[in-house]
Design a protein around this ligand. Structure first.
Ligand SMILES: NC(=O)c1ccc[n+]([C@@H]2O[C@H](COP(=O)([O-])OP(=O)(O)OC[C@H]3O[C@@H](n4cnc5c(N)ncnc54)[C@H](OP(=O)(O)O)[C@@H]3O)[C@@H](O)[C@H]2O)c1
Length: 255
């Protein structure tokens, strides 16, 4: 797919992987719009990158989503909708009853899953009207194999991975050319996993993999360890589970 002169909306684009993506899509010749909840982070983006349009919008909020659609439609619309915004709640042992389990999963699903469906519904007709358009879903290495320490987060990403496969088929049967990409990052060095001392790749490496995949029309984009875990899981699922779930993480479920 050609990126040059396309307009891309990146949710959660004021920091982490989203900000790196905003920079790289801009360098690749796209017009870039980012969203986020925190206005001061968005102001910082506008100051540092005047070409990037920053709009405050919570992916989990219906009114925000509608307002975002209206604002973007007034700006001329988008060709690529990149769902990057994502959240995870701290580890908790699901075997020990606690109302926080449900609260955490509802929060994660609201952003990581329902937020995606909400924006897809709003932007679908706009995307279908474009000569070349795409949606990018951010799942995770944890949508291949769950992490026990990030149990409900893994579930939210697995839900998104299944929805991705079905959405592609639904678009195909109505002869829509909108492409649906799935990006499966491994552990990436951002604020989200700042406390982790496991092997991480840089946001730069991840986004380079994403852009390469989008340009080559590789719909499922696995980068770094996501590639290895995917292949190992097909043949040796227990081994793949063990690679993702290191013994040391059990301590998070015992405290
Ligand atoms: N880092 C990893 O190891 C890793 C691995 C696999 C997948 N991923 C996925 O990659 C994506 C980006 O992660 P990251 O590591 O860059 O995380 P991050 O450093 O925590 O950044 C997340 C970004 O999303 C924004 N955001 C969060 N909730 C939002 C909401 N409701 N509406 C709008 N924006 C929201 C945040 O800004 P505000 O707080 O200002 O809203 C922030 O800019 C996520 O979907 C994550 O699940 C990350």
């Amino acid at each position: 797919m050609n990126i040059q002169n396309k307009t891309i909306l990146i949710t959660g684009g004021a920091s982490g992987i989203g900000l790196e993506a905003a920079r790289q899509f801009l360098d690749a010749g796209a017009r870039v719009i980012v969203t986020g909840r925190n206005q001061s982070k968005l102001d910082e983006v506008s100051k540092r990158y005047p070409l990037i349009k920053a709009i405050q919008s919570d992916a989990a909020d219906e009114t925000d989503a509608k307002n975002l659609y209206d604002e973007i439609a007034a700006l001329g619309g988008i060709d690529i909708l990149y769902h990057n915004a994502g959240v995870g709640v701290p580890a908790a042992n699901l075997g020990i009853p606690d109302k926080k389990h449900l609260q955490g999963e509802v929060y994660e699903m609201d952003v990581n899953y329902f937020g995606v469906i909400r924006l897809n519904n709003l932007f679908m007709s706009m995307l279908k009207s474009r000569s070349e358009a795409a949606i990018i879903h951010t799942t995770s290495i944890l949508s291949i194999v769950p992490s026990a320490a990030e149990a409900t987060y893994s579930s939210s990403k697995a839900a998104l991975a299944f929805y991705t496969i079905s959405l592609r088929r639904h678009l195909q049967v109505i002869n829509s050319k909108v492409k649906v990409f799935e990006l499966l990052p491994p552990l990436v060095d951002t604020e989200m996993v700042a406390g982790r001392d496991d092997k991480k790749i840089s946001p730069k490496e991840l986004v380079e993999g994403l852009i390469k995949g989008v340009k080559k029309n590789t719909l499922t984009i696995r980068v770094g360890d996501s590639k290895a875990v995917y292949l190992i899981n097909r043949v040796f699922p227990n081994l793949a589970y063990g690679l993702v779930n290191k013994k040391k993480a059990d301590s998070l479920l015992l405290s």
